[in-house]
Design a binder for this molecule. Structure first.
Ligand SMILES: Nc1ncnc2c1ncn2[C@@H]1O[C@H](COP(=O)(O)OP(=O)(O)OP(=O)(O)O)[C@@H](O)[C@H]1O
Length: 250
């Protein structure tokens, strides 16, 4: 079996004014083609650091990251990132933001506009092509962020609590929307969250992390049919089981 993402024995230690601080300890994970892998753990446990290491933004102190078998040591277009507060260019419209990546890479205007329009429609923003970010709600801005990474056609999507700043209703809606988008155009996704329902709604597998230094404590394969039902008894049972595994004081 060939994996899209392979992390082997990743450790990460920061030099701080008070000495060395180990954030990640010997983590090995793999993601298969089109899988949604959710990293789930308590706040400050090291989830973002692990994602940055996979993206090549924070080099690992030891261990290797491979994307499609190629070692990853620096940021590159093969990884598309969506953050909690998506940094859209405020002076560009939805179209301008979504087509930005292909434009910088020299893709001809007609082709990149068609591609951008396709992804704008896919995320449900048809009619908002000319809107500026300030004219959009938080959920709509995250839709633009998702369309923008899709438009760059990365091999993997790395999503760091992308819905963490949204109100509860919009958050549920965006979970459903991401699942719909992923069903329409599947990608390999590593999704970071500390929200158990979000993890269960989206994941093929949930990896529960321990607190700093982060290790993988337990893995759960989520075989529930999609789209998932938050009130399904099996969903609720898994919610209870996984919550019990996470110990914020660990
Ligand atoms: N550049 C850095 N230098 C020193 N310490 C750092 C650095 N980056 C992160 N840390 C520390 O590493 C720990 C893990 O941080 P990280 O942001 O990876 O956690 P997280 O699980 O993503 O947190 P949250 O759920 O709150 O987003 C924290 O204690 C943080 O202060």
């Amino acid at each position: 079996m060939s994996y899209v993402i392979e992390c082997e024995h990743i450790s990460k230690t920061f030099d701080t004014p008070t000495g060395e601080f180990q954030v990640i300890k010997d983590i090995s994970i793999q993601a298969m083609q089109n899988e949604i892998l959710v990293l789930f753990g308590p706040g400050q446990c090291g989830k973002t650091t692990l994602l940055k290491t996979i993206a090549g933004i924070e080099p690992a102190t030891s261990g290797t990251v491979r994307i499609h078998g190629r070692e990853k040591t620096k940021p590159g277009p093969e990884c598309g990132l969506v953050y909690q507060t998506t940094a859209l260019f405020p002076w560009l419209t939805t179209m301008g933001n979504v087509e930005y990546g292909p434009k910088v890479r020299g893709v001809a205007k007609k082709e990149r506009r068609e591609r951008a329009k396709h992804y704008i429609d896919l995320v449900g923003l048809n009619g908002f092509e000319k809107s500026f970010p300030i004219q959009l709600s938080g959920g709509m801005r995250q839709r633009v962020g998702i369309a923008r990474v899709y438009c760059n056609e990365p091999e993997v999507l790395l999503m760091d609590e992308p819905f963490g700043h949204l109100d509860a209703q919009t958050r549920y809606l965006m979970q459903e929307e991401l699942e719909r988008i992923w069903q329409a155009e599947k990608r390999t996704i590593i999704f970071v969250t500390n929200h158990i329902e979000e993890a269960l709604y989206l994941a093929d597998r949930v990896l529960v992390m321990t607190n700093c230094p982060a290790t993988i404590k337990q893995e759960f394969k989520i075989d529930l049919p999609r789209p998932r039902d938050y009130t399904d008894p099996e969903f609720l049972r898994l919610r209870q089981t996984i919550t019990a595994v996470v110990d914020p004081a660990e």
